[in-house]
Design a protein around this ligand. Structure first.
Ligand SMILES: *[C@@H]1O[C@H](CO)[C@@H](O)[C@H](O)[C@H]1NC(C)=O
Ligand SMILES: *[C@@H]1O[C@H](CO)[C@@H](O)[C@H](O)[C@H]1NC(C)=O
Ligand SMILES: *[C@@H]1O[C@H](CO)[C@@H](O)[C@H](O)[C@H]1NC(C)=O
Ligand SMILES: *[C@@H]1O[C@H](CO)[C@@H](O)[C@H](O)[C@H]1NC(C)=O
Ligand SMILES: *[C@@H]1O[C@H](CO)[C@@H](O)[C@H](O)[C@H]1NC(C)=O
Ligand SMILES: *[C@@H]1O[C@H](CO)[C@@H](O)[C@H](O)[C@H]1NC(C)=O
Ligand SMILES: *[C@@H]1O[C@H](CO)[C@@H](O)[C@H](O)[C@H]1NC(C)=O
Ligand SMILES: *[C@@H]1O[C@H](CO)[C@@H](O)[C@H](O)[C@H]1NC(C)=O
Ligand SMILES: *[C@@H]1O[C@H](CO)[C@@H](O)[C@H](O)[C@H]1NC(C)=O
Ligand SMILES: *[C@@H]1O[C@H](CO)[C@@H](O)[C@H](O)[C@H]1NC(C)=O
Length: 508
């Protein structure tokens, strides 16, 4: 500390003799101190991860590297021990809440597991805790309460600025978690049934007061595994991981910015361990049920979705990142999202949707081995003026489709804004969409690729795409897009150059 004063005097006081070497040295010392302080104080887990690397291989071709399995939980109890009654009538809301309050204590004492035995367990919303497993035994069914008061209203998400459907707060999800780590929701194909019909009716007859709740929402959480269960009849989007990114809380200070750079640079893919795996799930809702999306990774990173079967009234998987000015301000992107071996049907929506809420940005998404049948679209990129943000580096490969109306669709102009405060100058950037190895049979229409006039979609690359069943007059509809196409049948629109070998396409 004492040595600092003369240094400062030298630099700031002695203008006649500026010493760049000292300036650089000071800066370096500051950066190093800064990095050490922030790693220890804000990201203690980083240190842990480094030492763990060898025992924790990350396989980029499987979800297994995304979840870090710990030892079995020390405390295992059954919901019956908390007064739960699985008779299909008794409300178990208090039993679940009591159980979680109790198990909360074991978070740092070896973790805990709550078993739900065979039976029909009616419950209102409850929260999960960290270092915790919710295990549904074979034949166990959790049924969402039919009393809306048991789905209390919570704050809207800041990246949406309001409830997605109604102004103000929103109903909490049936199963909810905030700021959790190391949570497993699994079992022997037990069921969580949201009994959403009550909510769909409210939506249809226009008497819904607050935005409907999800079946499962996890906010700001890390190291999550959701597997081997059946989720039925969600009131709204079924599984909603939101703000599940390894928290660079704010890149507002120099410290966190430098830390961010260093983490990104040094850890790369190894970083992937924090995150959300959704595997071996069956997600079903009636094909006409409103907004019952299967899985919606939202402002989250390192989400791996694998081996799921989904049938619903909306997108099977939809990647999002906030809505217009609220999403732009919050600036939490979705990135490093893998969707693999998902199959299913959605007659009015798409197999995988990117957007339309994408204002925090969406990048580095891989969709592979998707099988979509009897659906409105296979893959759809949706955005609009006012969204801002970006959609970049999206790889879509090995997709099979049967009886899909529009196999590949890009669209703008959903004209769906949170309020009048949206910014007409906030234009989304769409760049780098790599589509390859697509087979579609009994295709309804040729692709519809509509970009935005002020910001055309660029770097749209298609290779080895075969769309059969189209009539001879079927033509692609393309507007404000550019890119290249190779081995695409039927012949694409002229906006996609058919002899291209541009470098950005080369990795396919
Ligand atoms: C979870 O368990 C880990 C390892 O045992 C422990 O370090 C951590 O503090 C626990 N987290 C909570 C929230 O109890
Ligand atoms: C569950 O968590 C939410 C916030 O994440 C909170 O508003 C709510 O009161 C909690 N519910 C219970 C039963 O603790
Ligand atoms: C789980 O149950 C659902 C619904 O009963 C069924 O469709 C699915 O095939 C089952 N999954 C497994 C792996 O048994
Ligand atoms: C709308 O649906 C709800 C839930 O089914 C029902 O309670 C309510 O009476 C319905 N309202 C109208 C106007 O039909
Ligand atoms: C799912 O269940 C199968 C069969 O019981 C089991 O082998 C597998 O480990 C489970 N997977 C996960 C991710 O829980
Ligand atoms: C950023 O940090 C400030 C103070 O450190 C905090 O109040 C604010 O909520 C943070 N913003 C987000 C988006 O987390
Ligand atoms: C594009 O995304 C893939 C998959 O997430 C990733 O491996 C690759 O590094 C990304 N490319 C760029 C230029 O970021
Ligand atoms: C392509 O996807 C199908 C599922 O639709 C899968 O069975 C097959 O193994 C995948 N092929 C490759 C090369 O990944
Ligand atoms: C074209 O795509 C099909 C379907 O995924 C695949 O079987 C075939 O091997 C691909 N051909 C080339 C040359 O990559
Ligand atoms: C692409 O092919 C067209 C004819 O198919 C030709 O006129 C054009 O010059 C080619 N462009 C390039 C860059 O090779």
């Amino acid at each position: 500390m004492d040595a600092e004063k003369p240094l400062v005097v030298n630099i700031w006081g002695g203008f006649t003799r500026p010493s760049w070497a000292i300036l650089v040295l000071l800066f370096t010392v500051m950066v190093v101190l800064c990095l050490q302080i922030s790693t220890k104080a804000v990201f203690p887990i980083w240190v842990e991860m480094d030492s763990d690397k060898s025992s924790f291989p990350v396989d980029p071709r499987s979800c297994s590297g995304f979840f870090r399995q710990g030892p079995p939980r020390k405390f295992v109890v059954s919901i019956s021990e908390f007064g739960g009654v699985g008779d299909g009538r008794t409300s178990n809301t208090e039993a679940f809440r009591r159980a979680i309050r109790y198990m909360n204590r074991f978070g740092d004492k070896g973790g805990s597991q709550l078993n739900v035995p065979k039976g029909r367990w009616v419950s209102g919303s409850f929260n999960l805790t960290s270092n915790f497993t919710l295990f549904l035994e074979e034949g166990a069914v959790i049924l969402g309460s039919q009393n809306p008061k048991e789905w209390p209203i919570i704050e809207p998400l800041p990246s949406y600025g309001r409830g997605r459907e109604r102004l103000g707060g929103r109903h909490i999800s049936l199963i909810h978690g905030d700021a959790l780590t190391n949570v497993v929701i699994t079992g022997e194909n037990g069921t969580i049934d949201g009994q959403g019909k009550m909510w769909w009716d409210l939506w249809w007859n226009r008497s819904l007061e607050h935005t409907r709740g999800h079946l499962l929402e996890l906010k700001n959480s890390h190291n999550i595994l959701i597997s081997n269960l059946t989720f039925l009849n969600s009131p709204f989007w079924t599984i909603h991981p939101v703000y599940c990114r390894f928290g660079f809380p704010n890149i507002s200070s120099l410290c966190s910015f430098l830390l961010y750079l260093r983490i990104v640079e040094t850890l790369g893919a190894a970083f992937a361990f924090s995150n959300v795996v959704i595997k071996g799930m069956t997600i079903l809702a009636p094909l006409n049920s409103p907004n019952t999306d299967g899985i919606d990774p939202d402002s989250s990173t390192n989400v791996c979705i694998e081996d799921c079967y989904i049938e619903s009234g909306d997108d099977l998987v939809a990647v999002k990142s906030g809505w217009d000015q609220y999403g732009i301000t919050m600036a939490r992107p979705s990135s490093n999202i893998i969707v693999r071996k998902v199959s299913g049907t959605t007659p009015t929506c798409s197999g995988v949707g990117i957007g339309s809420e994408m204002s925090g940005g969406i990048s580095n998404v891989v969709v592979e081995s998707l099988h979509v049948r009897d659906s409105a679209a296979g893959v759809r990129v949706k955005t609009d003026i006012g969204r801002g943000g970006y959609i970049t580096n999206i790889t879509i490969t090995n997709i099979t489709m049967e009886r899909v109306k529009i196999p590949v669709r890009f669209s703008r102009g959903s004209n769906d804004h949170p309020d009048d405060g949206w910014d007409r100058r906030a234009l989304p950037v769409v760049k780098g969409i790599y589509i390859s190895n697509i087979v579609s049979v009994d295709t309804g229409r040729a692709p519809v690729l509509e970009g935005i006039e002020e910001v055309p979609f660029e770097g749209i690359c298609m290779k080895n795409v075969s769309l059969s069943g189209l009539g001879p007059s079927a033509t692609w509809r393309c507007e404000f897009i550019s890119g290249v196409a190779t081995s695409v049948f039927p012949l694409p629109c002229p906006q996609l150059e058919t002899n291209g070998s541009s470098s950005w396409c080369a990795h396919l």
